[in-house]
Ligand binder design. Structure first.
Ligand SMILES: C[S@@+](CC[C@H](N)C(=O)[O-])C[C@H]1O[C@@H](n2cnc3c(N)ncnc32)[C@H](O)[C@@H]1O
Length: 277
């Protein structure tokens, strides 16, 4: 019976080491029950008889799909619209006016924002609503480009579908909901095309040593992602964010996260908001 397959200490260690090496995610002993619960279904569907058999399959499977299925099961995708709302308030009242001014001075029209670890899309769509609203009040012609990346295929599929049950929309101000969503006959709501066009979803492993981006971003949102990484991984990630952010651009991290302020890479603005030096 698959449901009764136990994981040995060594098997848990092998799987957690693999997840750490490939995706930076730390699986502490506390996560053991969760890992086992989530992987039982994968073992069942793949007709594996033990975690060792499953592990050997994952490390040998040439396409990398098995690894992605593994991280899909392990990663925590919890998110919601307007999460940590004060970030969006700061972004609207302080960051966007400054970014717009710089764009204007440089005679540029491309606003580029990166949402790193976007999960099922609520965060980038929140940004798209806010940015669209901000520029609809001005006469500026700005090309809005939000790159939204994640490692989880299932989260990205949900994000691209852009369909959410009604209760997931409760944090969205009614005027935004009216403007950017349309109700479906089954009670869910769908993101309108005009909003979708602002967001590009891509799969990207943040642990890569570099990223395939041509230009720099004026702001990076990487919120509630680094919490799953250890300090070494976090520091390396922040260095990479620095490389892909315009001078004076912003880094938003989760409220429970922090970065090393002595690195000389970012200036502290307020809790969980930093500005690139
Ligand atoms: C808790 S969600 C955060 C979602 C959103 N940023 C928010 O604050 O609501 C964390 C996301 O990080 C993603 N993630 C974890 N490790 C990753 C990695 N190595 N590369 C890219 N994304 C990763 C997970 O798949 C998950 O969707």
């Amino acid at each position: 019976m698959i449901g009764h397959i136990k994981i040995t200490n060594e098997e848990f260690m092998l799987i957690s080491r693999l997840v750490y090496q490939k995706f930076g995610i730390k699986l502490s002993e506390k996560k053991r029950a969760l890992v086992v619960n989530r992987l039982h279904k994968v073992l069942y569907l793949g007709k594996f008889h033990s975690f060792t058999e499953y592990y050997n399959y994952v490390i040998q499977e040439p396409s990398g799909r098995a690894l992605l299925t593994l991280v899909d099961q392990i990663s925590t995708n919890h998110t919601y619209f307007f999460r940590e709302k004060d970030h969006f308030d700061y972004f609207t009242t302080e960051a966007l006016p400054r970014i717009t001014e710089i764009l204007h001075k440089k005679n540029k029209k491309d606003l580029r924002i990166w949402c790193a670890g976007c999960s099922s899309g609520e965060e980038p769509y929140t940004l798209a609503m806010i940015i669209s609203n901000y520029f609809s009040d001005t006469h500026l012609k700005i090309n809005i480009g939000i790159l939204a990346t994640d490692i989880s295929i299932s989260a990205l599929d949900k994000a691209k579908a852009g369909i959410y049950p009604a209760d997931r929309l409760s944090q969205i101000p009614p005027v935004y909901r009216q403007r950017h969503f349309r109700p479906l006959s089954n009670g869910s709501w769908e993101v309108k095309q005009s909003l979708r066009e602002m967001v590009l979803f891509r799969r990207l492993n943040l642990i890569r040593p570099d990223y395939p981006f041509k230009g720099l971003f004026q702001a990076v949102f990487c919120r509630n992602v680094m919490i799953y990484f250890d300090q070494t991984t976090q520091q390396a990630l922040v260095e990479r964010f620095h490389r892909y952010t315009e001078p004076g651009g912003y880094l938003f991290i989760g409220h429970s996260e922090s970065i090393d302020r002595s690195s000389g890479l970012y200036k502290y603005v307020q809790p969980s908001i930093y500005q690139r030096i």
